[in-house]
Ligand binder design. Structure first.
Ligand code: TYD
Length: 652
């Protein structure tokens, strides 16, 4: 065991701690560098117009690499040793920041800014792709910490830069120059930190396994993947929307404070601070608040929330209320980022992760920079007019437009990602609200469910897990669906007899009837005693077989099961995933009524399970069943043991 016993969440892993420190430093450096390069640009030229141009040029040079290199950068993270990639990027950024004040010309500043941006674009996907290796079991916690380090350092950098501005009077060295030196230092330090992380594998698994694809091929694959996957598309759209909403407030905040709130610098500082405090709150508390609600269904509503906050700000320009709305906006955006990153980390396979994160990250930076520059421009274009009895103010109009856009984008993202809605969103919302009053689990036991297609080896794994848990002194109840009760056994005969033909709805009702009896007489009593219940199949089998397989409405099947079980949900679901062709070939004996179904049916079932798993990454563990039984067992044990009731009670 590691010494970092007292660290919370993902920080318990030493490698992840080092990576986080490196990220904290380089993010701080990035923000400070952003402020300092803008200031230095203004310092290098004379006159208002020239200065505006210089600042604009620096922004454009930071924007440009993103546009050109978006799909390329992640490939580096997938193809090269990630640790070396990060160290080299940090060392180069150290050199570049050092060179800016030393060379001291606008041209070099522009070129160096663009280079720094390129290096940041390479560093970040390499980092993101490494995180799942360093903190596999605590991906959500890891993403919370990463986001904290990335955005939490922005206000700090603003304060430090302000203090440097004051110091300048004493030392004659300009704030911009000191800022750049400090900045260079943070990158040097980050390089040292990353170099010490030995836990990062040198290559992604598939690359080291041979068959190294060409760069062009990799890029094309990454883009095709993004285009083909509804999930990734919905994620991209959603996260961009959330970022743009924040960017609109930050970019527009100054004019809005001055001309609408009449609050000047103080009001702007308050708004700026509230955005980041809000983001921090959303990142830290959001996931706990939404708990087991499918992460796919959280992203869209969070962005709609951010959009509505913007609309509210533009409609009710009262400082106190605007601050509250800004906090809300930040929280929604924070929740959206952490949700999006978690989904990506959990669902994208390792070989593609660098590319996907690269794409996401590049587009995110682009959206931020764009909204930061476009929003004030738009406000300036609209200007301030009297229109009949109304005052039209560009800053308010921009907030309103940004808000409406975010509401639209949130809705779009929700529709894209929630392609087969299982349960209406309304009931999730109600559950979230009720959860706040009901603390902790409703029973002291642990409910473990195995799911998967035919021939995935569930029964072997069920009994191995049961033995393992029993050996730790726990009471374990092994059970299955359909047919674990006396009534259930009769229902099972009706269901699986190859001679009967059942209507699709009859079939669904019979499985539900078996389940109702099972939960009422076996599962619930055992859980209430504090036992571990391991069930071979449960509700999700109905969603996959009757829903996805028989094409009944998932919504209706889910409702039926919820009614039958009075809403009892598993604590963890282990999906043994296998290609049905392989699985069916493994099955012995004469096929039952379900096993007789077509391959297409079994393929739909498999996809149904995978969709359910990706919709609830925190509840599901997907294990490839083509591994050896020992490997499958090890993965399952690692996931289930930490949840065993003794530890569970300690946590509550
Ligand atoms: P069974 O013989 O219990 O075992 P296995 O799980 O190893 O196949 O088969 C039960 C069958 O019933 C299986 O093909 C899946 C199907 N099934 C449903 O269609 N819906 C459900 O809700 C459940 C629990 C099972």
């Amino acid at each position: 065991m590691e010494s970092g016993h007292h660290w919370p969440g993902a920080l318990a892993h030493r490698g992840f701690r080092r990576l986080s420190l490196a990220l904290l430093l380089s993010s701080f450096g990035d923000w400070l560098g952003f402020l300092a390069t803008t200031a230095l640009a203004a310092q290098l030229v004379d006159g208002f117009e020239g200065q505006s141009f210089a600042i604009g040029a620096v922004l454009a040079f930071r924007l440009l690499p993103g546009v050109v290199l978006a799909p390329l950068v992640g490939v580096v993270a997938d193809r090269f040793d990630r640790r070396v990639t990060m160290v080299v990027c940090d060392l180069l950024r150290f050199g570049l920041f050092l060179s800016m004040p030393l060379v001291g010309t606008l041209t070099w500043l522009l070129v160096a800014s663009a280079l720094v941006e390129v290096l940041s674009l390479i560093w970040i996907p390499a980092k993101e792709a490494s995180v799942p290796h360093l903190a596999k079991e605590q991906l959500e916690s890891a993403n919370q910490i990463s986001l904290f380090a990335t955005y939490g350092t922005a206000p700090l950098a603003a304060v430090v830069f302000g203090v440097l501005g004051v110091l300048k009077v004493r030392t004659h060295e300009s704030a911009a120059n000191i800022g750049l030196f400090v900045d260079a230092g943070t990158f040097l330090f980050a390089a040292v930190q990353v170099a010490r992380i030995r836990e990062i594998p040198s290559h992604s698994e598939s690359v080291s396994a041979g068959a190294t694809p060409s760069v062009v091929q990799s890029v094309r694959e990454g883009l095709r993947f993004a285009r083909s996957s509804r999930l990734v598309r919905g994620l991209l759209v959603g996260m961009l929307g959330a970022l743009a909403a924040t960017g609109v407030v930050v970019g527009n905040g100054k004019t809005f404070s001055d001309t609408v709130l009449n609050g000047g610098e103080g009001a702007f500082a308050l708004l700026f601070g509230s955005v980041f405090v809000g983001i921090a709150l959303g990142v830290a508390l959001g996931p706990r608040l939404v708990r087991d609600v499918s992460r796919r269904r959280v992203l869209g509503p969070a962005i709609v929330g951010a959009g509505l906050s913007l609309v509210f700000m533009s409609a009710v320009p009262v400082l106190a209320l605007v601050v509250v709305a800004t906090l809300l906006l930040g929280s929604c955006a924070g929740l959206a980022y952490v949700t999006g990153l978690t989904l990506l980390g959990a669902e994208v396979e390792d070989a593609l992760r660098g590319r996907t994160f690269g794409l996401v990250n590049t587009l995110m930076r682009l959206a931020l920079l764009l909204s930061l520059t476009v929003a004030p421009g738009l406000a300036g274009l609209v200007g301030i007019h009297r229109w009949g009895r109304f005052d039209v103010n560009g800053a308010s109009v921009t907030l309103l437009l940004g808000g409406l856009l975010a509401v639209f984008v949130g809705g779009l993202s929700y529709r894209t990602m929630n392609d087969r809605p299982g349960i209406p969103l309304r009931s999730d919302l109600v559950r979230v609200l009720l959860r706040r009053r009901v603390r902790g689990p409703l029973h002291p036991g642990l409910f473990v469910v195995f799911e998967g297609g035919e021939g995935a080896g569930k029964s072997t794994q069920v009994s191995r897990l049961a033995h393992l848990l029993e050996s730790t002194g726990l009471e374990v109840v092994v059970t299955r669906e359909p047919g674990a009760t006396e009534v259930g056994a009769k229902i099972r005969t009706m269901l699986l007899d190859p001679a009967t033909t059942l209507s699709v709805r009859t079939e669904a009702l019979l499985y539900a009837a078996d389940r109702a009896q099972h939960v009422a007489t076996v599962v619930r009593p055992a859980l209430e005693r504090g036992a571990v219940v391991i069930s071979d199949r449960y509700v999700d089998s109905s969603l996959a077989y009757q829903g996805a397989g028989r094409a009944l409405s998932l919504d209706e099947v889910a409702q039926l099961s919820r009614w039958a079980t009075e809403g009892l949900r598993p604590d963890v679901t282990l999906l043994l995933d296998i290609d049905p062709e392989v699985g069916l070939a493994r099955a012995t004996g004469s096929p039952d009524r379900i096993e007789q179904e077509s391959l297409a049916f079994h393929r739909a079932v498999r996809q149904g399970f995978l969709d359910l798993a990706s919709a609830e990454p925190t509840r599901y563990l997907v294990v490839s069943a083509v591994q050896t039984p020992d490997e499958v067992h090890a993965a399952i044990a690692a996931r289930v043991l930490p949840l065993a009731p003794a530890q569970r009670l300690e946590r509550v």
